[in-house]
Design a protein around this ligand. Structure first.
Ligand SMILES: CC(C)(COP(=O)(O)OP(=O)(O)OC[C@H]1O[C@@H](n2cnc3c(N)ncnc32)[C@H](O)[C@@H]1OP(=O)(O)O)[C@@H](O)C(=O)NCCC(=O)NCCS
Length: 176
């Protein structure tokens, strides 16, 4: 697995994207503290601000095979975001996707770059599809998926998005 990739935004802002580690627990919690309640709701479907010790262990102690996760850290060593996918227990080449970028770093291309990196790592582990749910008001997430779909796939129609009855969008996207 790749070690670290640098995304240069401007002279005084860059992000280092690398596989998550067990010692990222504090930085994961700090990232959550710095997100707006709207973004926390978009990710966790609730405004909660504290992760439990069990959740922090689950999020950071990953095997990078069935649970693949990356973090982004700024050049000032501040947490900027994380992305993960967890292999489906009943469909081995599918994994559920979750992504969180700290609000002040939104719309800089970081989410898209992290998605690309996660997709490459997932394909190497024979994961060919990401799936997940997000609120139907979450246009940023929809745009991110559409952007990946446009730039990476030869065939059209690889991204499938369905409205669910409870105000969510459920998606499936092919990575290969
Ligand atoms: C969804 C999310 C991950 C996008 O991350 P990001 O780093 O801002 O995304 P990018 O900068 O890579 O942008 C990807 C595309 O999304 C769109 N987008 C991102 N932020 C946007 C904004 N504030 N307004 C409008 N469009 C936006 C753009 O179309 C962009 O494509 P472009 O570069 O061609 O314009 C981020 O908004 C987030 O963390 N939200 C809270 C958590 C969440 O919703 N997670 C998804 C459910 S698990």
């Amino acid at each position: 697995m790749q070690n670290s990739i640098t995304l240069l935004i401007m002279d005084n802002l860059s992000f280092s994207i690398r596989p998550i580690r067990p010692d990222d627990k504090d930085s994961l919690q700090l990232a959550l503290n710095q997100m707006t309640s709207q973004s926390r709701r978009s990710r966790f479907f609730s405004g909660r601000i504290l992760l439990s010790a069990q959740e922090l262990a689950y999020f950071t102690e990953v095997d990078q095979v069935n649970h693949i996760a990356f973090v982004a850290i700024t050049n000032e060593l501040l947490p900027a975001g994380s992305i993960r996918c967890v292999r489906s227990p009943d469909r081995a080449n599918y994994a559920e996707l979750a992504i969180t970028i700290v609000d002040k770093y939104h719309h800089l291309g970081l989410g898209f770059r992290m998605f690309q990196i996660l997709a490459t790592a997932a394909i190497a582990q024979n994961i060919n599809y990401f799936f997940g749910d997000f609120q139907n008001s979450n246009t940023q997430m929809l745009k991110l998926l559409e952007k990946y779909n446009r730039s990476h796939l030869q065939e059209k129609g690889q991204l499938v998005v369905r409205h669910t009855s409870d105000g969510f969008l459920s998606f499936e996207i092919s990575l290969t």
